[in-house]
Design a protein around this ligand. Structure first.
Ligand SMILES: Nc1ncnc2c1ncn2[C@@H]1O[C@H](COP(=O)(O)OP(=O)(O)OP(=O)(O)O)[C@@H](O)[C@H]1O
Ligand SMILES: [Mg+2]
Length: 218
């Protein structure tokens, strides 16, 4: 049975004692490599619908619940979802920041979850594939680092958009989501290959929606 997106994407908030929430906390713990705790993380997958938004939302919540200041950014222009997940407006967002129509401060909004802020995608632009360029993303990350301990990006599938690759190359780490029983091995290999080509630091793979064990593992 499929769970409505805002429910599965917010399970860590809505049902913190659930097995799913525990799995996201365990994923968070696995990402803490001693002194090296990656602070900018992009979550992607090979193709559509594999659980990027669900994973990045719950992971960001797990970090926020530890008391860190966290921002979640929706860089999936064509199918933005984070504004729906967190029930906020998408009138102003990342596209406005990149086009310098609004400042970062004007564009970031609070969520109902303590310590978690959101930068929605913003309105879809006609040429939004050209919006993302490395220099702007570097400058955005630099600005956000002054306020937030951790920065998470939701993204398009890495095999279908170069945006994910551009951002991946600038993050401390990338997580590749695989949908249990659905994502094909060939697509996983191609996605990892794309990420390796741009020297993106792949931290691991998240096995999502694994029915029997109800677990999500690295
Ligand atoms: N672990 C899970 N348990 C239950 N439902 C899930 C799980 N992961 C994802 N889903 C559901 O699967 C659908 C796709 O998930 P999600 O939106 O997170 O994928 P996505 O990779 O972000 O998709 P897109 O490529 O369209 O951005 C949603 O309806 C979501 O609620
Ligand atoms: Mg998504």
């Amino acid at each position: 049975m499929s769970v409505p997106i805002n429910k599965s994407a917010l399970v860590s908030y809505l049902d913190p004692m659930s097995a799913a929430s525990e799995a996201y906390r365990s994923l968070r713990a696995n990402l803490r490599f001693g002194a090296e705790d990656p602070s900018t993380i992009l979550v992607t997958s090979s193709l559509h619908g594999e659980g990027k938004t669900t994973t990045v939302s719950n992971l960001a919540i797990a970090y926020a619940q530890e008391g860190h200041k966290v921002i979640l950014i929706d860089a999936h222009w064509k199918i933005p979802r984070l504004h729906q997940v967190f029930s906020v407006s998408n009138k102003i967002g990342l596209s406005d920041v990149l086009l310098q129509r609004h400042s970062v401060d004007e564009s970031v909004c609070n969520t109902s979850i303590a310590n978690l802020s959101l930068l929605t995608s913003g309105p879809l632009q006609q040429y939004s594939t050209q919006l993302i360029c490395s220099d702007q993303v570097i400058s955005l990350i630099e600005k956000l680092r002054k306020t937030y301990n951790f920065i998470f990006f939701d993204s398009p599938p890495v095999l279908q958009s170069t945006d994910a690759q551009i951002i991946a190359a600038l993050c401390d780490g990338v997580l590749l989501v695989i949908k249990s029983g659905k994502t094909r091995q060939g697509h996983i290999a191609q996605a990892i290959n794309r990420l390796e080509q741009i020297k993106a630091p792949v931290l691991g793979v998240v096995l999502n929606d694994k029915k029997r064990s109800r677990a999500i593992s690295l």
